[in-house]
Design a protein. Sequence first.
Length: 516
Amino acid sequence: MNAASSATVPGLLRWRASASPGAVFIVFEDSGGGRHELTYADAWRRAQATARVLADHGVGAGDRVLVALPNCLEFFDLWFATGILGATLVPVSPLSTPDELAWNLTDASCRACVGDAVTAVSLRKAQDLAGASSPILTRLTGPGKPTAPNAPLPCRSGDDDIAAILYTSGTTSRPKGVLVSHANYVFVGEAVAGHLRIRPDDRWLIVLPLFHANAQYYCAMSALVTGASLAVAPRFSASGWGRQAAELGATLASLFAAPVRMILAAAVDPRDRDNRLRATLFAQNLTAAQAREFSRRFGTPLLQLYGMTETVGPPTCNPLFGEQRPDSIGPPMAGARLRVVDETGRDVPAGTAGELLVGGEPGRTLMAGYLNRPDATEAALRDGWLHTGDLVAVGADGYLYFVDRAKDMIKRAGENVAASEVERVINEHPGVFESAAVGVPDAVRDEAIVVHVVPGAAARVSEQELLAWCRERLAPFKVPSAVRFTEELPRTSVGKIRKDVLRRQEAGDNAPGGNP
């Protein structure tokens, strides 16, 4: 445990609360349209009060606290409170099933859990499955302001300590926990703030889930390091996004491509341009026409970037000032060290696709590693380079272009879904012999999930039965869109399933290809 430092997540909040106590930090719009405003001083008092509650339930330095909450003020309370105690936040989707939560509880060895009235039910079922007995706290939720303890608790975190474990689907059947240090959070906050020239009068609109790296890394941390503010919505609303941007005073926003398409599909409002937005980040592909329409409709440039939970900071992003190309993930960010290599690890020439490697220091500018996965950590972090598994090509002008996604990863409405995770659940059904899940193009949600199933010889199974089976065991965005039954799966000469063939069967020859 390092000595307490202001260069930590709670340390930055404490400094802001001291330097500008009356400055607005968060404006939260609840599901009923009510507004709740917190200054930096309010946020610090709430964090202190929440830390006291956690401590009273036995949470201390080195412990882990699982949080299954929708977007709410209490998420921030817990993020800062765990840092004050020297504990680690483990944020997960509130849509997680008991089976998924049981994995998180077991993998992270969580000391306590926090949910609301809805997620607490799933948490209790998860504890039964995992054989866990950690306390489940629900009284921390609600719009009221907790009362801070009389004697402030000291910050027990150091910049090298692990602030959060962010679960990412990866390409394994179970999600991997990415270890994110306090130094990681500060680094990405400063990188994004510098790239976007963020000032104290800027305000982020956050409609993406707070348990995601996107909202934490790019929005919350860049606001915290600059003294800017956040406008937080409980959930994404395509029809309400323009109104929220205007009424909540947002100057910056972050989206995925699928929400952008959903917003464009919503009815046009004459007031769509009545906002202060000066830039909107987005990840994943849009057509040039879609990008132009969004920029015209809302009067904000769209800046595509590339990033992973593991890269922490975005290694590439379109410039705030300069040529913005919606078909490109942008040139390297200031200070970024990148390589594009072939299968032998040799650098490829411009215009040739290769794997993107991101150079940096683990625990500082790159993730600290994977929880309980030394082999996966060693495979990803080699000689100071993070191997992303994603294929890109560098143009002659230095802009990078995304070519293909990491192996067997499906992108669905901004969420990463590991095909092997879907296959694991399908294969557990007694009527299934084997299966292969693939992503196929979807006009709104990036990709649809289609599973090709070889039935077992001893039992009959229907598509609806398998979809119901998945709904009980997977979060909604992971449930397949369709099931195809087949007598056998196409394979290579060494027995590997040819997913490229399955993709072409679903979407024609223009579907994304896979490696045989």
